[in-house]
Design a binder for this molecule. Structure first.
Ligand SMILES: Cc1ncc(COP(=O)(O)O)c(C=O)c1O
Length: 373
């Protein structure tokens, strides 16, 4: 069987009874939209973060977009973020009517280069949007200093960092609000689409609840600011409740696989050779994806196909170079590290129920391929 970077079927096999019981609970509850399951999940997810509020929404892209709107972002505003991210980070900014302003990422960890942020601030800047990419947090202390000095808000993109820690703080608790995706591949994934925004701020949460419900504060209430229909589905919320109870277990499982990759491939690393993920001091990585780097990336990926291993690249095209964002005016060469990485990174299979035999097969195949280059 072909090996892919992700497969949910082994997990479903292990957790089938709980998943189907969650579906049955919702179907027999008599309430299919914004009922007890969404409320329960919101409470439990807020508690997991030690925060007052969580608003469940329909996906991570809208979690970001609604959070930006709730933080007061709109046309004419600028949001500072990175281009080495999933396109939805940028789509959400554009969707809120604002303009994304990019800074580059760092060679060591592929995360936002916080040294570049202050120079990117203009009178129009409203929000800094760090992306805790691949499963570990951006260095938040400098961002918080900059945000405070310039009166900016911070929105954390936690789509890839459920449960990650940063100097003891959990991802999503270090800014003014944080957006999560529960797309099935995520560290906490639903069996379909889902998303959420967490915040400590009552006013931001109040705005979010209205924004996800047409702009109404309760059923058939007056709309003051037209909103969206962006509700988290009851079935997905109930499934997420059963999976939230296992989140720390999933994270341990991902870390065990990362350790196995390090043991199996660590001796092949070095300048111009293989680069394995580096975990920054103070961070606990949750390995949403296990991203490695090699200058001969394309040859490696091609050669691995002969071993029946089909790998992904997160991400092959920096967002600022995509034709859909050409109007923003960020040409090639504007973010050199991001552009270089896009040509050299690739991801190894990573999900908690990844069989050890497949981990071993991947290590052995990669060793073979690297030896033959
Ligand atoms: C960093 C990042 N932000 C935002 C999103 C958007 O999430 P969703 O696919 O649930 O809309 C994703 C997932 O694709 C992501 O990886």
């Amino acid at each position: 069987m072909t090996t892919h970077v992700w497969d949910y079927l082994p997990e479903y096999e292990n957790e089938k009874d709980d998943i189907l019981a969650a579906v049955e609970k919702v179907f027999s509850s008599g309430r299919l939209v914004l009922g007890e399951s969404v409320q329960g999940f919101e409470r439990e997810f807020a508690d997991y973060h030690g925060l007052a509020h969580c608003t469940g929404v329909d996906n991570g892209t809208n979690a970001l977009k609604l959070a930006l709107e709730a933080l007061g972002v709109g046309p004419g505003d600028e949001v500072i973020t990175v281009s080495n991210t999933a396109a939805p980070t940028v789509i959400a900014i554009v969707g809120a009517g604002a303009t994304p302003v990019f800074v580059d990422v760092r060679e060591e960890d592929f995360l936002m280069d916080t040294d570049q942020v202050e120079a990117a601030i203009t009178p129009r800047t409203k929000v800094i949007l760090p992306v805790h990419l691949y499963g570990q947090c951006v260095d938040m202390a400098p961002l918080k200093r900059i945000a405070e000095k310039h009166g900016l808000k911070i929105l954390e993109d936690c789509a890839q960092a459920h449960g990650a820690r940063h100097h003891g703080r959990i991802a999503g608790t270090m800014g003014d609000a944080a957006a999560f995706s529960f797309y099935p591949t995520k560290v906490l994934g639903a069996y379909g689409d889902g998303g959420a925004v967490v915040t400590a701020d009552d006013e931001t949460d109040r705005a979010l609840r209205a924004l996800r419900y047409y702009g109404m504060e309760k059923v058939y209430y007056v709309v003051r600011t037209p909103g969206h229909n962006s509700r988290l589905d009851e079935v997905q919320a109930e499934i997420l409740r059963t999976k939230l109870a296992r989140l720390d277990e999933y994270i341990e499982g991902r870390n065990a696989i990362a350790r196995r990759y390090e043991e199996g491939l660590g001796d092949l690393t070095g300048p111009g050779r293989l680069q394995l993920p580096a975990t920054n001091a103070g961070n606990t990585h949750v390995y949403y994806v296990y991203v490695v780097r090699h200058p001969e990336r394309d040859r490696i990926i091609e050669a691995l196909k002969a071993y029946d291993i089909n790998l992904n690249i997160s991400y092959p095209w920096p967002v600022h170079t995509m034709s859909g964002f050409a109007h923003l005016g960020w040409g090639e060469q504007s973010l050199p590290v991001t552009e270089r990485l896009a040509k050299e990174i690739f991801s190894l299979p990573m999900y908690p129920s990844l069989p050890e035999s497949v981990q071993d097969k991947t290590i052995a195949a990669l060793r073979d391929v690297l030896a033959s280059l």
